[in-house]
Design a protein around this ligand. Structure first.
Ligand code: SF4
Length: 99
């Protein structure tokens, strides 16, 4: 699998720990960095393909990636297309970074 996109990510100058947050506030911080990333889509597809369990990849939390995989499994049985890359946090995961 081609991973050359990794060198182009917005996270290249961020501490890796920022993308492995321990709470919802940390997830939101990471997602905001991912939101403008030019390689968001290949990043998400990589995490989905490799079944990466931890961290924020392609702007998607672990929980969101599990949901995407579940939906894809369901839609592949019905012959529908892929889910688009998420652009906004879901309501259930939205948290304020200001407290
Ligand atoms: S989408 Fe996020 S985790 Fe993926 S390369 Fe871009 S900044 Fe890094």
């Amino acid at each position: 699998m081609d991973t050359s996109w990794m060198a182009k990510g917005n996270c290249r100058d961020e501490p890796p720990s920022r993308f492995f947050p321990s709470d919802g506030v940390g997830v939101e911080v990471a997602r905001r960095i991912c939101a403008t990333c030019a390689v968001k889509e290949p990043c998400l597809e990589y995490a989905l393909d490799q079944r990466v369990d931890h961290g924020v990849w392609g702007g998607a939390s672990e929980r969101e990636r599990r949901r995407i995989l579940k939906r894809r499994r369901a839609t592949s049985a019905g012959g529908e297309g892929r889910e688009p890359v998420p652009t906004e946090p879901s309501g259930a995961e939205r948290t304020s970074i200001t407290g």
